[in-house]
Each structure stands twice: as C-alpha cells, then as structure tokens.
Design a protein around this ligand. Structure first.
Ligand SMILES: Cc1cc2nc3c(=O)[nH]c(=O)nc-3n(C[C@H](O)[C@H](O)[C@H](O)COP(=O)(O)OP(=O)(O)OC[C@H]3O[C@@H](n4cnc5c(N)ncnc54)[C@H](O)[C@@H]3O)c2cc1C
Length: 462
C-alpha cells in the first residue's frame, strides 16, 4: 500500500466501484477497501453444487447501456442484452410483455380498456418528472389522477417497481416516475455472462488504472481531525487520505463510521427522519446438469394475492414473488446451466425477532412455498432440482453490514443526508443506494459518477 492516498473508497458496491474508477481516471491515487472477500456488494453471486447463482441481476433499464459505455467502456457495455419476455401472473391479470413503453401503451388500451389520450397523458407526465419537481404528490395520487379506482392498473404499474426499489404507493411520485420511465425507455436488460463476469471486468479496469484494492478489509472508523476527514482505521491501522468516500449504507456511515456526536444538531434532526428501505428474501434453485427446462419467460411477476398492497408484498409469508429464470444463453461461455431465483420483498424485523428454531422453520416453509409456486409454471421441476439455497434479510445484513439488511438503501429523505454529509464533515462523502432514485444497478453507478465529480472538485480545490 502507498503511505497516503488522495481518496479512500469504503465498500465495493457498484457505487463505490464506479466512484473509484472515475477518480482513478482523473489521476487520483485511490484505495478501495471492502470488508467482504468478494467485490460487488449487493451486485453479487455465489457458487453451490456446480451452479452459479446471481443475487441481484434480475433486470435493469436501458440507461445502463449509455452509462456503462461512457464510464466503464465498450466491453462491459456490449454485454448488456434485453430480456424479451416479462410475465405477469396474478388473480387480476395474466400477460406477457416486453416491458417497453409501446407495449404498455398497447396493453393499457387493449387489455385494460383505457382511452389512448389518457395513456399518452400519463406517459407525458411521468417522463416530464425530474428531481427538482414537487415532492408532495404521492404515487397513489398520481395513479388515481389517471386511473381512478383501477387497482389492477395500479398493480401493473407499481408491482415491478416495488420489486426494483421498494417503492410504495405512499412515496413521492417522482421516485416512482423517474424509475418507471427509465424502464419504459426500452424494456428490461441483463448482463450476459453474469454478475461474476461484470465485477471481474470492473476489477480488471480498476487494477489497470492503478487502484489499490483490499478485500476482507473492514473499515472501523473514519478518522476526523477538527471536523475534517483525514483517513480511516482498518484493523487498528491508520491510513491517511485527502478524501474518504463511504459506500457503506448511509445509516451505517453516520452511526458506525462517524458517530452522531460530531454532527450538527440540524443534521442529526434530519438524519433521525431517514427510513431504511425494505430487505429481501430469496430462494435459489439449481437444475441438475444434463436436465433442461422450457422457456417460460425471463422474469415472472407472480402473485396469488387478490389485490396489490405494499404490506402484503413484504409479508413474512407473502404470496407474491418474482422468478428470474437463467437459461444457458445467459452464460454463453460456461457449461450449460439452468438456475431459477425466487425473490421476495421482506421486513427485517419479521425475521430478526424469530428464535433459531422458528427462523429455520420459516425458512423451510418459504422454500416450500416457492417450490409449490414454481411447479405452477414448470410442472415436475422438483425432480430436476439438485441444489436449493435460501437467503433472508439477516443474510443480506451479514454480507453487506447494511442496517436492517436493506436491499435498496433508504427512502427519499436519505438522499439529502447523503448529499450533504461532505458539507458537515469536509472531505467525507457518501455514495450508494439512497432515496430510491440512486439505487439499483443503474442508480448506484450513476450516483458513483456524480459523487466522483464532487470529490474530484474537492481534491482540486484543496
Ligand atoms: C435481492 C436483491 C435483488 C436486487 N435486484 C436488482 C435488480 O434486479 N436490478 C437492479 O438494478 N438492482 C437490484 N438490486 C439492488 C442493487 O443490487 C443495489 O441497489 C446496488 O447493487 C447497490 O449498490 P451500492 O453502491 O449502493 O452498494 P452495495 O451493493 O450496498 O455495497 C456496499 C458495500 O460496502 C461494503 N461495506 C459496508 N461497510 C463496510 C466497511 N465498514 N468497510 C468496508 N466495506 C464495507 C459492503 O460489504 C458492500 O460490499 C437488488 C438488491 C437485492 C438485495
């Protein structure tokens, strides 16, 4: 390691990796410290019984193509491919869509009987939304304005976005509108070769640029001198830097790495309002080598719940889940592998309060429910499965350290805290999932670029 750095990035989520890359591009000396043994944060994967399971590669918007081309290069950009068949199946409707604007305009008219003028006006409204808009309008009010009393349409529009970033009907409509119109741009995309390939390519880029990377390196504290960040403590060792960028969750950054006692009263008051977003559960199924399954679509939004509610979506025993089906085409260079990942939104506390026995029982029951649901789309699949693994909010917390195992950072108010941290404590910046808009693969990477620009200006000015 070098004796001192221009910038230390704490955490290697997509936001941290991108921030490190942009700072190295600008010729700064960068150290990246990750507490896990693997880079990527929630953009992660694991191996079991000869299968590779992707954890958060279910789909992202077309905007990733432009963002990756501009900030990560052509090799990464050219591996982004569209998921063609998105399936919805619930008691209110069953349909297959490309999840593009044209297809939604068609569906809203033909399947849901809405007048063309209303549909077009809805799209004009959400496409016109931006960060500086009125934040008082709630998503529910937005939906009611265009589709009053149409719970089925509310479900079509919100359910996928709830899975993508934990949005609820009560949140500011802009957080919904920005993310929904990102997806509506062209549909849902994935990374050919899997998360392991993407993160491997990113690591390669960073090393080529001279970024020092240390894994299994948990930062204990951000060191401050007269209210200014001067470095970090890792394993009892002080590493100095002119700027520190935390990609740890914003609540962890404030409470664990800094401490509220060094922050102003006003900041602490605003920080106390920050709500962390929900967490997730997942069940992973590996299909025995030599077996195959038919194409049932790439991403299935399924539910046996009569109506959509955000509470039911996160319930401990939810009847709603997505299935991401990974066919061999997803990993063209590897031996054929079929895997299926069931994902559910979840409340951390529902799982954290269980004792060890109840926890094991609930986990097993969750696996059984997922399997029974999967059988509805792939009859007989049970006999083809040779690996089953599962994750709960406690798993996500364990591997990322995030408060309450949050999958999507914080609700909207976290954005202001993240953006104003460096004004409170000069030299300390935050990057990573906040405010719904800056979360997800695209949001985290874009935020990495924004924060790198702030840090670059700070380094040049001081
Ligand atoms: C189940 C699930 C499914 C998802 N599906 C999708 C999807 O389909 N599409 C999509 O776009 N997004 C999806 N997401 C969200 C997306 O993965 C995240 O929003 C994004 O990857 C977060 O990036 P980040 O930069 O905020 O950092 P994170 O990924 O949160 O990483 C933070 C990193 O900081 C490290 N860290 C924390 N504290 C310390 C410390 N003290 N010292 C050193 N290191 C530390 C952690 O170990 C971690 O590596 C999903 C998330 C989950 C959980």
């Amino acid at each position: 390691m070098k004796p001192t750095y221009d910038a230390i990035v704490i955490g290697s989520g997509l936001g941290g990796l991108t921030c490190a890359k942009r700072l190295a591009d600008a010729d700064h000396r960068v150290l990246l410290l990750e507490q896990h043994f693997q880079l990527g944060g929630l953009a992660t994967w694991f191996k079991r019984g000869g299968h590779i399971f992707d954890v958060s590669l279910h789909g992202f918007p077309y905007g990733m193509v432009k963002t990756c081309k501009k900030y990560w290069g052509k090799t990464i950009q050219s591996a982004i491919v569209q998921l063609k068949n998105i399936v919805f199946d619930n008691p209110q409707f069953s349909l297959t869509t490309s999840f593009s604007k044209d297809d939604f305009i068609r569906l809203l008219q033909e399947r849901f009987g809405v007048a063309e003028a209303v549909v077009r006006e809805f799209f004009i409204t959400i496409e016109g939304m931006n960060f500086y808009d009125d934040q008082k309008l709630r998503t529910f009010e937005l939906f009611e304005r265009f589709f009053p009393g149409r719970g089925d349409i509310h479900r079509l529009l919100l359910e996928p976005i709830s899975y993508a970033n934990g949005s609820t009907l009560d949140e500011p409509a802009i957080t919904y509108g920005i993310v929904f119109s990102n997806f509506m741009n062209r549909g849902v995309f994935t990374f050919e070769g899997g998360t392991d390939r993407l993160i491997g390519l990113m690591e390669h880029e960073l090393k080529n640029l001279g970024v020092d990377i240390r894994t299994s390196a948990r930062v204990e504290r951000v060191v401050l001198n007269k209210g200014r960040a001067t470095g970090v403590m890792v394993d009892g060792k002080y590493i100095p830097a002119r700027a520190v960028i935390s990609n740890a969750g914003i609540t962890n950054t404030v409470d664990d790495l800094v401490g509220r006692e060094v922050l102003s009263e006003n900041f602490c008051e605003r920080f106390a309002q920050v709500r962390v977003n929900n967490s997730s559960c997942q069940v992973y199924f590996g299909i025995r080598k030599g077996e195959s399954i038919p194409d049932i679509g790439d991403l299935l939004f399924t539910s046996r719940e009569e109506q959509f509610t955000s509470e039911a979506l996160r319930d401990l025993r939810t009847k709603s889940r997505t299935f991401s089906v990974y066919y061999p085409k997803t990993r063209p260079d590897a031996p054929p592998d079929y895997t299926i990942v069931a994902s559910m939104n979840a409340n951390f506390d529902d799982w954290a309060r269980l004792n060890a026995h109840e926890y094991a029982q609930e986990k097993e029951a969750m696996v059984e429910r997922c399997l029974a649901d999967l059988e509805r789309y792939l009859p007989g699949v049970h006999s083809k499965i040779d690996v089953i693994e599962s994750a709960t909010p406690l798993t996500f917390q364990r591997y990322t350290l995030h408060s309450k195992g949050t999958s999507f950072g914080t609700k909207f108010e976290g954005l202001d805290i993240s953006r104003s941290l460096h004004k409170e404590l000069p030299g300390l910046f935050h990057v990573g999932s906040v405010g719904i808009i800056m979360s997800g693969w695209l949001g985290a990477i874009n935020y990495g670029v924004i924060v790198a620009n702030d840090v670059d200006s700070w380094l040049r000015d001081t």
